[in-house]
Design a protein around this ligand. Structure first.
Ligand code: SF4
Length: 313
């Protein structure tokens, strides 16, 4: 277990948060889960024990120095090489950051400790929280997240429900989908019910577009991601950046890819850009002739243009 020497990292551009200045609250790699899709690595210390893994004053001193150097960020993200809520100094850290800067504070957490009232009180000091919930049935939880033995999905969900009741800030729930492990219809139905109970502000769907801790982790195709989003409800958005995914075909994205996508699922321009990894201008260029030739139709849904093929409208 190696304590980080630089506890403040970035800022890095984040699709969800803008320019994000990260703070590492635990050493590599202490976590209560050992997710098969982890983009850091396998968990080396799987633990639910909260302690002062990284000294809070050290973090504040390093943050103060970065701010004095003129670092700019849209958000300060409490995250790092494992689960940040395992650090008992989380609440003191947030209080300390408030004395240094008005930059909003977000916590990225795996949700496993939110059934602890003290953790909820500390997390509620942040401006927003980005918790994960990948599995709501025990078998799926074991397959995808490989939790500490004493953790149960019931406690995980209840922790999120209780946190929602006491937190008025934004909650953006992330669901990481692994083809074949948490994507069967029964699990999706249970996930939908859990989302309704938790009532997050947003539901953000991700899949394995980057290298993962375990090999052979199957990412969902853009079309499957859209189908999942449609199934799970209107708050769902796709955050997987398919432009980062290694190309399987090695081919350029063209009109056929758009046709294929919207033929299966009516999609907004934002969906199309995300799923196909296209900049907006390129997606619009590809769309124009498809609209002119009426291979694709544009329909309005709640004021947002959606694109579809004639037969699927
Ligand atoms: S909770 Fe996050 S850090 Fe921990 S194993 Fe899962 S993905 Fe990795």
């Amino acid at each position: 277990m190696t304590e980080p020497t630089n506890t403040v990292f970035g800022p890095v551009p984040s699709r969800r948060l803008g320019l994000s200045l990260g703070i590492d609250l635990v050493p590599y790699k202490v976590c209560s889960l050992d997710c098969v899709y982890c983009q850091i690595d396998r968990t080396t210390e799987k633990s639910l024990t909260r302690k002062a893994y990284v000294d809070i004053q050290t973090i504040l001193d390093q943050l103060k120095a970065r701010l004095a150097d003129g670092v700019k960020a849209d958000v300060i993200s409490l995250t790092g090489s494992g689960e940040p809520t395992l650090n008992t100094g989380l609440g003191d850290l947030i209080d300390g950051i408030r004395t240094l800067t008005s930059i909003p504070i977000a916590i990225i957490t795996n949700s496993t400790l939110l059934n602890d009232p003290e953790v909820r009180t500390q997390c509620a000091k942040a401006d927003m929280i980005l918790p994960s919930l990948d599995a709501v049935l025990p078998e799926a939880y074991a397959r995808v997240n490989r939790p500490c033995e004493s953790l149960t999905v019931q406690a995980l969900i209840q922790g999120l429900v209780d946190f929602r009741a006491q937190f008025s800030g934004q909650i953006w729930l992330e669901i990481f989908l692994v083809e074949g492990l948490n994507t069967d219809p029964d699990h999706l139905d249970a996930l939908k019910l859990a989302i309704e109970r938790i009532a997050p502000d947003r539901v953000q769907l991700n899949t394995a577009v980057r290298p993962t801790a375990d090999s052979g982790i199957a990412r969902l195709s853009p079309e499957r991601m859209l189908a999942m989003a449609n199934h799970l409800g209107p708050k769902c958005e796709i955050i997987a950046d398919f432009s980062k995914a290694p190309s399987t075909a090695g081919e350029a994205i063209g009109p056929a890819h758009i046709l294929n996508l919207v033929d299966r699922h009516p999609s907004s321009m934002s969906d199309i850009c995300t799923c196909l990894g296209l900049p907006l201008a390129r997606a619009e260029d590809l769309m124009t002739p498809l609209l002119q030739s009426r291979q694709v139709l544009c329909i309005q849904r709640d004021g947002t243009p959606f694109y579809s093929t004639p037969k699927s409208t």
